[in-house]
Design a protein around this ligand. Structure first.
Ligand code: ATP
Length: 346
């Protein structure tokens, strides 16, 4: 098949297991984000794909060919790391042309490529400028242009935007996504920022403690997280522990609710996103539980309300226009719509 296949990959450093055995298939042309907290093994996985480290077990295949033992410089992958590693004493053009020069491209070809790549990253006409006089976002784009100079089969980026301020970072996320769509290069980006992953990825690979927890499109990961770790790591959620009391019925401290897809019997956790909760003045309707308002904060675009439902905290988000006249201490009813309750595996 065409694409990248990680087959039973594992990596240990001495006694430290950085990656437990994992498998992942990335179809050609997809944008993948490796997402997870610090130390979960994202960079280790990217370095294995890059050929900078050898796996302790497993094979890596690209378009059907086994590349596990192929050294990094023979993989022809484009790489951008957090440090960018641009040569400060060279001009923008010299930086971008560097890999082409190493490969023995003619001066004319180098110049043509530099022009093409600078257009691609929306920095036309700055080839002669010293790299030292560029802004953070411009350097970022120069590093991307240089990594793309050899028309890589795979584009690998490790926290490429982490040094940028929030606004520029968001703009670059969109640019990177649009650029990747135009080029159609299979791209893998390491990030610990879930919003960044949601913005760019076709496939989000959520990792924790050296394991893949879930690999799925962003909306799938958000709406159908497989376990509490994923539900909690991606956005904000209500993680509620309950007891299955009958088929499809979950007992919470505040009352019983219907939840489709509940396993038979025992303690079970569900996730309900704050924007899916509904506020009511009266009880009695399906899946409504009594709760007491504990905290309200107006965040401008949304209002967040925290409530206590018989000892369980609920977080509810709504548009400011929908906020009724309520103060902390008020008693209300909260609906947990059955369709929005996602059963989590232990
Ligand atoms: P971060 O977001 O902080 O960069 P990460 O998810 O990329 O974290 P890795 O850098 O892949 O995590 O590290 C995974 C685990 O492997 C960590 O426990 C780390 O300490 C360990 N590790 C990584 N590289 C080495 C190494 N060369 N020698 C020993 N341990 C290592």
């Amino acid at each position: 098949m065409s694409g990248l296949v990680l087959d039973g990959i594992a990596k240990s450093f001495g006694t430290v297991v950085a990656l437990h055995e994992l498998s992942l298939t990335i179809p050609q042309g997809k944008f993948v984000c490796l997402l997870g907290p610090s130390g979960c093994g994202k960079t280790t996985l990217l370095r294995l794909v890059a050929g900078l480290d050898l796996p302790s077990a497993g094979r890596i295949r690209l378009d059907g060919a086994d590349i596990t033992d192929l050294p990094a410089h023979r993989r022809d992958f484009g790489m951008v790391f957090q440090s960018l590693a641009l040569f400060p004493h060279l001009s923008v053009g010299e930086n971008i042309a560097y890999p082409l020069r190493i490969r023995g491209a003619s001066k004319a070809d180098q110049a043509a490529e530099v022009t093409r790549l600078l257009d691609l990253v929306r920095l036309p006409g700055i080839a002669d400028r010293p790299v030292s006089r560029l802004s953070g976002g411009q350097r970022q784009r120069v590093a991307i242009a240089r990594a793309l100079a050899l028309k890589p089969k795979l584009f690998l980026l490790d926290e490429p935007l982490s040094a940028l301020d929030a606004k520029l970072r968001e703009a670059m996320q969109i640019e990177l996504k649009l650029l990747q769509e135009r080029l159609g290069i299979t791209t893998i980006v390491v990030t610990h920022d879930q919003r960044e992953a949601m913005t760019m990825a076709d496939l989000v690979v959520v990792m924790s403690a050296g394991r893949i927890q879930q690999a799925a499109p962003p909306v799938e990961v958000y709406c159908h997280p497989v376990n509490a770790f994923v539900a909690d790591f991606i956005g904000t959620t209500n993680l509620l522990q309950g007891q299955v009391v009958a088929p499809g019925r979950l007992g919470l401290p505040a009352g019983e609710i219907s939840v489709p897809g509940l396993p038979a019997g025992g303690a079970t956790a569900i996730s309900v996103r704050p924007e899916n909760l509904r506020l009511h003045a009266e009880g009695g309707g399906e899946n409504r539980v009594a709760a007491c308002v504990t905290f309200i904060r107006d965040l401008g675009a949304t209002v967040e309300m925290r409530l206590d439902a018989a000892g369980q905290e609920l977080i509810l988000v709504m548009p400011p226009a929908d906020l009724p006249e309520l103060r902390p201490g008020a008693g209300v009813f909260v609906e947990l719509p059955a369709a929005a309750c996602v059963v989590l595996s232990p």
